[in-house]
Design a protein around this ligand. Structure first.
Ligand code: NAP
Length: 425
């Protein structure tokens, strides 16, 4: 059972995938009965040196030739970016060709439209590798757990920031030092802004939330904050309180609606996500029947990601050979999406205050006047200035923001030196 494969992109993932298909195709055939034959690979620069030398007759610098080649029955998009990837994927679907992609930006921004088009044409559109690299999470959310009323999906979905935070926690490195190390090891790009600002994680959060809750959530509805404000002293204080920082993608659904956000979050050191170190990724899923599930593993890298892509190719090839209209894997309803300011959050606050009688009462009154209540307080040091650490109970984000503004205006507060959200479970 032969299926002709066209690959758009022969870089880190496309190169690893093509090499696997060209050199280990027999192993796939003996396991699945499928002969996955690479018919064309599109790259931008034909003259570029590549770790895997492809037969020259397979290479083209015209991606449209891959999509339009009648010998290509299934298109794999591994170019990245929005255009021309979106256009090419749309053309392939319109031509009735199943598509596999690892492109989170494409899925997060155009997924709604592409999924509808694939349903209309009765072809597969699969994107397991778009979130969490090698970790199977898209199929579990859209198939294995489709019967579960998922209440929460919490992910560490960006390996670069998880590596940086792990270095900061474990070796006491400052943010800039840990980022430089991530860059020297190839975990971070020369321009790391998409990772450290939380925007890469926000695209993935939008995809996970859309599948978990069956409501399309555009990535621009995801509130995002990065990791660059984190200071080593707060890592140390948080560790004493039993917490460590992670950049989390948090999606939850309650009667009030669906909330999706990405920000640095303190999590208890015994939380299942606390043990996810270095560049690893993980997604934690909570639901009333399954209770807690944890999916973890390598979130990036050519070979691990190629395995996820190959899994999708095998599934799409089977559906193609079955010859029937492929039914939709997911349909989106119209759930209510909550504003970030309405979502309940808890906070860790570090205040530098004047050390004199009555200060604590003023601070507690100010926090309470903004409808925020204090869960715990620790005072560190005495003298002219004292450091106060607060953990607050969950209450709306907007109330916390108002409380922080009010604290900054108090004369006895020299500085709100740090403010970070704490995971509420
Ligand atoms: N790398 C990972 O670990 C990873 C993990 C999960 C998901 N992904 C996703 O997988 C996709 C591919 O990532 P990657 O790391 O493999 O990217 P990459 O190394 O930059 O490779 C991109 C490939 O696409 C080709 N290309 C780009 N624009 C083109 C155009 N207009 N026409 C023809 N060819 C074009 C490039 O050609 P040249 O080689 O000639 O430049 C290159 O071969 C992205 O969507 C990424 O987000 C990557």
């Amino acid at each position: 059972m032969r299926v002709g494969i066209g690959i758009l992109g022969g870089g880190t993932v496309g190169g690893a995938l093509a090499h696997r298909l060209l050199t280990e195709g027999e192993a796939v055939t003996s396991k699945t009965g499928l002969e996955l034959e690479v018919r064309k690979i599109a790259v931008r620069d034909l003259a570029k040196g590549r770790p895997y030398p492809f037969p020259p007759d397979l290479l083209t610098d015209s991606p449209a030739d891959v999509v339009n080649d009648p010998a290509v029955q299934l298109v794999v998009e591994l170019m990245g970016g929005l255009e021309p990837a979106a256009d090419l994927v749309m053309q392939a679907i319109e031509a009735g060709k199943p598509v596999v992609t690892a492109n989170k930006e494409l899925v997060a921004i155009r997924g709604d439209e592409l999924i509808k088009k694939a349903e209309e044409r009765g072809v597969s559109l699969l994107f397991e590798a778009a979130v969490g690299g090698a970790i199977p999470i898209i199929r579990p959310l859209s198939a294995s757990l489709a019967g579960e009323r998922i209440s929460e999906v919490i992910g560490i979905v960006n390996g670069t920031t998880n590596f940086i935070l792990t270095q900061m926690c474990e070796s006491g490195a400052r943010y800039e030092e840990a980022l430089a190390e991530a860059q020297s090891l190839g975990y971070a790009e020369a321009d790391p802004s998409a990772d450290v600002s939380g925007s890469d994680a926000a695209s993935k959060a939008a995809i996970l939330a859309s599948l978990a809750f069956g409501t399309w959530i555009a990535s621009d509805r995801v509130h995002r904050e990065g990791i660059d404000q984190l200071q080593p002293e707060d890592i140390a204080f948080a560790a004493d309180l039993g917490y460590l920082p992670k950049l989390l993608a948090i999606a939850s659904e309650s009667e009030a609606g669906i909330g999706v956000r990405v920000h640095t979050t303190l999590i208890p050191t015994d939380h299942p996500l606390a043990s996810v170190r270095g560049s690893q990724n993980a997604v934690y899923v909570k639901g009333p029947a399954v209770d807690e599930l944890l999916f973890a593993g390598p979130g990036a890298g050519g070979d691990p990601t190629a395995t996820a892509v190959l899994g999708d190719i095998i599934e799409a090839a089977r559906e193609l050979l079955a010859g029937a209209q492929v039914p939709p894997r997911v349909r989106f309803g119209s759930g209510r999406i909550r504003d970030f300011s309405d979502i309940d959050t808890s906070w860790y606050l570090r205040l530098e205050v004047v050390d004199e009688p009555g200060v604590l009462a003023q601070i507690a009154t100010t926090i309470g006047a903004n409808r925020v209540s204090i869960e715990s307080m620790v005072q560190i040091g005495r003298g002219e200035t004292a450091t106060l650490l607060f953990i607050t109970h969950p209450s709306p984000e907007s109330d916390h923001q108002a409380a922080i503004v009010a604290l900054r205006q108090l004369e006895v507060v020299r500085q709100v030196a740090a403010a970070m959200r704490v995971l509420t479970v």
